[in-house]
Write a protein that binds this ligand. Structure first.
Ligand code: IPE
Ligand code: IPE
Ligand code: MG
Length: 241
């Protein structure tokens, strides 16, 4: 049997794949480890999938790494996740550059620990002229935060921009979202079996194809990613027409 990678039709790739990376905790618990061990192994999957996306020619990959609601997890888990993010971003910057990957971030970045924000901005800056895959990390992100934030900023600028209530369009509203330079996802993947969106990209997912798999995130391999692409390529997208 040929691999899923060989079955992907490169002329019909999704431009943007977004992933809710779920199940690190359950993966670890099932093996008798603590949740942090699951997050550490989740980094391996991030590396694999980023490489897979870059190799096959995906233009945008968005990874939901930490939600607004995740701040309410036990402080020890939050601290461990922040530490892991700091380490990973530092360690992976050279590989991102080697693979021509540009890093972007969406979310309420000001809430992140200063050290993480600094590392993140440094990596974003260092990879900004790469022209291959754009890897978008959603950090301290939630869609309701983003939409409210957009409404607030739009309201503040309403006088200076000549926008009137009646002239608000999908296009000018989208320009206030953190994803303003990023096309909407064509495909959303969620690992680990939960069938929900968990406050991710609510505006942008309007017409995305949804793909759910029971595989826990630490076990999500390149082949799992290519399998999702093959599944996407069998869908008929009608956009209501
Ligand atoms: C996803 O795995 C990682 C983050 C949300 C940071 P979880 O930590 O949600 O793992 P489960 O869903 O509890 O198994
Ligand atoms: C969604 O996973 C958030 C991230 C993957 C970062 P959660 O594990 O936080 O979501 P729920 O609690 O299952 O909805
Ligand atoms: Mg979870």
């Amino acid at each position: 049997m040929s691999s899923y990678k060989e079955q992907v039709d490169k002329s019909k790739l999704p431009t943007h794949v977004a992933i809710i990376m779920d199940g690190n905790g359950r993966w670890a618990k099932e093996r008798g480890y603590n949740r942090i061990f699951g997050h550490q192994n989740g980094v391996t999957a991030v590396r694999q999938v980023t490489e897979a996306a870059a190799e096959i020619g995906i233009k945008y990959l968005t990874l939901y790494a930490f939600s607004t609601e995740n701040w309410e997890r036990p402080q020890s888990e939050v601290d461990a996740l922040m530490e892991l993010l700091i380490e990973t971003i530092e360690k992976e910057t050279s590989t991102l550059n080697k693979n021509n990957v540009r890093l972007l971030a969406i979310g309420d970045l000001k809430r992140l620990p200063v050290k993480l924000e600094e590392k993140l901005l440094r990596c974003i800056d260092s990879t900004s002229s790469n022209t291959g895959l754009s890897l978008v990390l959603a950090l301290s992100y939630s869609a309701r935060w983003e939409i409210l934030n957009a409404v607030k900023n739009m309201a503040k600028e309403i006088e200076s921009t000549h926008i009137t209530a009646d002239s608000i369009t999908e296009e000018n509203f989208s320009n206030y979202l953190t994803t303003k330079t990023i096309p909407d996802p064509d495909l959303l993947i969620r690992t680990s079996g939960e069938l929900r969106i968990s406050n991710f990209l609510l505006w942008q997912l309007a017409y995305s194809e949804l793909y759910f798999t029971k595989t826990h995130w630490p076990e999500f391999s390149k082949e799992c990613f290519y399998e999702a692409l093959c599944n996407f390529q069998q869908r008929e997208r009608r956009f209501g027409k």
